[in-house]
Design a protein around this ligand. Structure first.
Ligand code: MC0
Length: 140
């Protein structure tokens, strides 16, 4: 079902500071920046490699408000890994297959994600404490 790790999402308080840190430390390049109002984040994608059906990235996330998902996460746990996102060929199909196994979906239908992707989240409590995202990359 999963083709690759699409990205690791990292919650941070200062996006520019963490872009500088990750670019310098791991020699990664920012390939996209976006504000996603629906998800309450300002974000940057740092490219790692290309794989089946799309690339792999580090995603740096700064919250737009304290009551957004990433804002609440920072208050509760501080900076660090917020979620792991897996690349799938068809996000709607993956949602339906996974939900049939008893895992709660946090989205009823796919939503808009980074770089034109379609995404959906799974409840962390049903996946061993890991907030999990499904990502369908846009067709080339
Ligand atoms: C909360 N919990 C987490 C967690 N956030 N566990 C692991 N990883 C996380 N990131 C835990 C809490 O500690 C709590 O456990 C339990 O989940 C229920 O939390 P809650 O009190 O309901 O907390 P809320 O209201 O903060 O909701 C958490 C939830 C929410 C995961 C449902 O953040 C959500 O719907 N997230 C999906 C959307 C999202 O995260 N968007 C931002 C990235 P205890 O044991 O204390 O009960 S957007 C993005 O990344 C896009 C742009 C993209 O990739 O393209």
């Amino acid at each position: 079902m999963f083709m690759r790790i699409d990205h690791i999402g990292i919650a941070c308080r200062d996006l520019e500071e963490k872009i500088e840190l990750f670019s310098r430390t791991f020699e990664l390049t920012v390939v996209a920046r976006e504000v996603n109002e629906e998800q309450g984040v300002k974000e940057a994608m740092l490219h790692i490699a290309d794989g089946e059906g799309g690339g792999s990235y580090i995603q740096l996330l700064e919250p737009l408000s304290d009551d957004s998902p990433v804002g609440k996460f920072l208050a509760r746990r501080g900076e660090g890994v917020h979620h792991v996102a897996f690349g799938v060929a068809d996000v709607a199909e993956a949602m339906s297959t996974i939900s049939e196994k008893g895992v709660r979906l946090l989205d009823e239908r796919p939503r808009h994600g980074s770089m034109g992707s379609e995404i959906a989240f799974l409840h962390p409590k049903d996946v061993g404490g890991m907030l999990t995202e499904l990502v369908q990359a846009p067709k080339p």
